[in-house]
Design a protein around this ligand. Structure first.
Ligand code: SF4
Length: 602
């Protein structure tokens, strides 16, 4: 253990800000992070054990107990349930003789639930030792468990089902289908890696790059929609020893998987976009923050980066431009949805718990390691390359006045052709449903759990920042689905699990509202409960970050658009809330997150 920890710490220059990398390597080599390892890290990194432990306990994929030689993480998103997750879970428990959350007595197999792993178009799906297993069936599970008992390694095990185990593109495609159904400017086949870097950048100044991006009116594709050119300009102007370009590839919103596809099929486009941003802001280094669920892409993406270095597209004096020195490294997360929030992502990048920072200052002034940083998502960087290649004016012909360009959608659920579709902004929901072969549709979840659940009366609406804003996740629910029980409760529990716990509103109110929802579902609800839910949802607006501010959305939007589902369940003849004890519910919520409530404070 001592030698292993020493080597790992040395590999990262004994730098405490690289704690995430260090912990990931220890977790992967030992299967868990032991007390002994924490003690050694404390000495070598000159950090307190408490600081190290609080990072470990924050992330789903770190563990201080052995997770099993084979750790099976089965996705528990609503779409996984819709496509047979329950049968997979039962088969796993039967074949291993353990329940979820346990490890077999011989330490061979551990079973765990995990939130959306970005495979909604091929569920049920699981991660086993960083390899992805999609479209699982009970038969395949029996085969997999048999192979685990035979001691096969994961590549061997995966090859039995999915083809060769090399870390190349065909191999990734054999493991996970890209399911590209409609191509536009980003997913188009006519991209040649390095064209913009070699042919255009030597001819235009960084300021001209920013001016072109501004002229395109592109807004960030992550959901908030901040104008990209403006962000780059602010960062270029900000004073600092170094400037950083950070790509947020932590797509954790249940139902989204487009970044997975872009990074599989067009990684050079994303990396070229990061280098382009580096040129524009005077950046020194780029970091791709990639969710741990996509660890299976590690060697493939490292290979792509090396190829780009070999081709002179990364490194020193790129394209012969003096001073244009820029390289990219990949930083993996370790399973925390809140790290998709930009300031939480920065904390995580620095090796800490992913708790959102207070703003201001904004990352463009004080970001990674306190230096000016831009944070954009995968799609934004890819789009920027197309804008510089074809011009900002060209770009404005796609989409609408306030939402220019295209949007890549991750479409899943009850439809014939789940997958990735690139459409112009302004596309309407009705056309989208026809495009993907969705019939008898009861509802569409637009923008994941933090977005909105709409019914047929709103299918005429269009995708765009002024109407239905979305980061790209679209989940379709047919008439046969129980929206409240199978979708809204699942999403509320997702937010409860993912709250970082800093704000009392987000920490407690999500739990309290979910208890109330379950009371209604049990048939004990009254009219006053609906009023409570609406009133309490407003308290969440006071939360510090977007997670808490939107955590009531599954309930709020279902109450607004599907009131009949609630009205059918409540007891009309009772006016008072007899079955619900607020104090008990808050107590339960506080126990859940390990805090002590104080009912004397108002
Ligand atoms: Fe953490 Fe929730 Fe507060 Fe965001 S809103 S900082 S996730 S507790």
């Amino acid at each position: 253990m001592k030698n292993t920890v020493n080597q790992i710490v040395e590999k990262y220059g004994s730098d405490p800000t690289r704690l995430m990398d260090i912990l990931i390597d220890i977790q992967e080599s030992a299967g868990y992070i032991s007390k002994e390892a924490i003690g050694l890290l404390s000495q070598l990194l000159h950090m307190s054990q408490v600081d190290i432990e609080q990072t470990i306990t924050f992330y789903h994929f770190f563990s201080s107990k052995p997770q099993g030689k084979y750790a099976v993480y089965l996705n528990n998103s609503p779409v996984a349930y819709m496509f047979g997750r329950e049968a997979i879970k039962e088969t796993l428990e039967k074949e291993t003789g353990i329940k979820f959350g346990e490890v077999t007595a011989d330490g061979l197999i551990g079973l765990y639930d995990t939130a959306c792993i970005g495979m909604n178009d091929q569920e049920p799906a699981a991660i086993i030792n960083n390899k992805i297993f999609t479209r699982l069936t009970p038969y395949r599970i029996r085969e997999i468990v048999k192979h685990m008992r035979e001691g096969k390694d994961m590549d061997e095990l995966r090859n039995e089902s999915y083809g060769d185990g090399k870390n190349n593109l065909p191999s990734l495609r054999s493991m996970v289908s890209s399911n590209i159904r409609r191509k536009g400017m980003i997913l188009s086949d006519d991209y040649n890696s390095g064209t913009v870097t070699r042919e255009i950048l030597p001819k235009i100044s960084p300021e001209a790059v920013i001016a072109e991006i501004k002229h395109s009116h592109m807004r960030g594709r992550g959901g908030a929609g901040f104008p990209t050119g403006l962000k780059w300009e602010f960062c270029r102007r900000a004073k600092g020893d170094k400037h950083y370009v950070i790509c947020n590839a932590d797509e954790g919103e249940p139902g989204t998987f487009k970044d997975r596809v872009i990074l599989t099929e067009k990684p050079e486009l994303v990396f070229e976009g990061m280098a382009l941003a580096g040129y524009a802001i005077g950046g020194d280094e780029g970091i791709l923050y990639l969710r741990y669920e996509y660890r299976y892409m590690k060697n493939y993406l490292y290979g792509v980066l090396q190829q780009m270095r070999d081709n002179g597209l990364l490194g020193k004096s790129i394209s012969g431009i003096e001073g244009f020195d820029f390289d990219i490294r990949i930083q993996f997360g370790a399973g925390a949805y809140v790290c998709g929030e930009e300031s939480a992502l920065l904390e995580s990048l620095e090796g800490k718990r992913g708790e959102p920072r207070d703003k201001p200052p904004f990352p463009v002034e004080k970001g990674y390691l306190g230096q000016p940083s831009i944070i954009n998502n995968v799609e934004t960087f890819a789009t920027a390359v197309r804008i510089i290649q074809n011009g900002g004016e060209w770009f404005t012909q796609f989409g609408t006045d306030d939402s220019t360009g295209t949007k890549i959608l991750s479409i899943s659920g009850d439809c014939m052709f789940p997958g990735v579709y690139e459409v112009n902004w302004g596309f309407n929901v009705e056309d989208m449903l026809d495009m993907v072969g969705a019939y008898e549709v009861q509802a569409v979840q637009v923008g994941g759990p933090s977005g909105t659940l709409i019914g047929p009366a709103e299918f005429h609406r269009t995708l765009g920042y002024s109407d239905l804003s979305t980061g790209g996740s679209m989940i379709i629910f047919g008439k046969q689905r129980n929206l409240l029980k199978d979708v809204v409760v699942n999403f509320m529990e997702f937010f409860i699990d993912e709250s970082c716990g800093s704000c009392s509103t987000c920490r407690n109110m999500t739990q309290v509202m979910n208890n109330k929802l379950k009371k209604i579902l049990s048939g004990k609800g009254v009219e006053a409960d609906l009023i409570d839910l609406k009133t309490w949802s407003k308290t969440l607006n006071a939360s510090r970050c977007g997670l808490g501010q939107t955590a009531a959305n599954p309930i709020v939007s279902s109450l607004k658009n599907f009131p009949h589902l609630y009205n059918e369940l409540i007891q009309k003849d009772k006016e008072f809330d007899e079955g619900f004890d607020m104090e008990k519910s808050v107590q339960a919520a506080c126990t859940f997150v390990g805090r002590v409530p104080n009912f004397n404070h108002h």
